[in-house]
Design a protein around this ligand. Sequence first.
Ligand code: PAF
Length: 284
Amino acid sequence: MKVVHSIEELRDQLRGQLRVAFVPTMGNLHAAHLSLMRLARQHGDPVVASIFVNRLQFGPNEDFDRYPRTLMDDIQKLEGERDVYVLFAPDERELYPEPQNFRIQPGDSLGQILEGAFRPDFFMGVSTVVLKLFSCVQPRVAVFGKKDYQQLMVVRAMCRQFQLPVEILAHETVRDPDGLALSSRNRYLSPEERTEAPTLYGLLQQVRDTVRQGQRDLPVIEAHVMQTLSSRGWDPDYVAVRRQRDLQPPKPDELDTGEPLVVLAAARLGATRLIDNLEFDVLR
Ligand code: PAF
């Protein structure tokens, strides 16, 4: 694997390559990232990964400073898997050589709901850096995990609306055996919090089962889960059942016509904010 830090070196390595499969990351790689690399490998050649902790997508009180930066470990993990041809690991001066005045602002109906309501500039920061990375790497396909469900939808919408010639592939959420979705932020959890953390996924499964059993009052179901989380010491931001296609609340009749749904949640456990989601429909 070649590790390159500059856009010029990256372009040298990729000259003439038309089937690049790209996996953007913020590093601190774990099993889910390596699984994204394998999916990329099945859909293109060469595979390019990037590691860049993007300041623009962090709010002023978020964890940008303490976000784990583990480049040497990450390189070892990628080399062990042998799927990745080039790792692009630019520093801030390389990717943001001047103040980023041109920014991608996702529309309110997708960018300002759910995660966007609690992290106002998050999707602006993600869209802007993903467009920059796409412009550096020029991939034919790019892989994103479903754990960041809304991010995946924002990136897809951006590619559609800017006619970017990149196909976005979604990778299923990878979980620990107890159900906790893998995330770099799990390493912030204390041992007690780690024991409690799978509750979030358990409650999403309960929401799915409750809706399938015929309960139709989604706000009541959502409020009940929020209360359960609070009573167990979490600080929940949202629990929401939405349509998969646009993340809007389903209309009452859509619940009985098999509309694909997703229940999404974000909640803080101690100092760690966790997100998760579960796709389902009522008929299955
Ligand atoms: O999901 C992530 O790790 C980041 O949001 C991404 C897509 C690499 C952009 O910084």
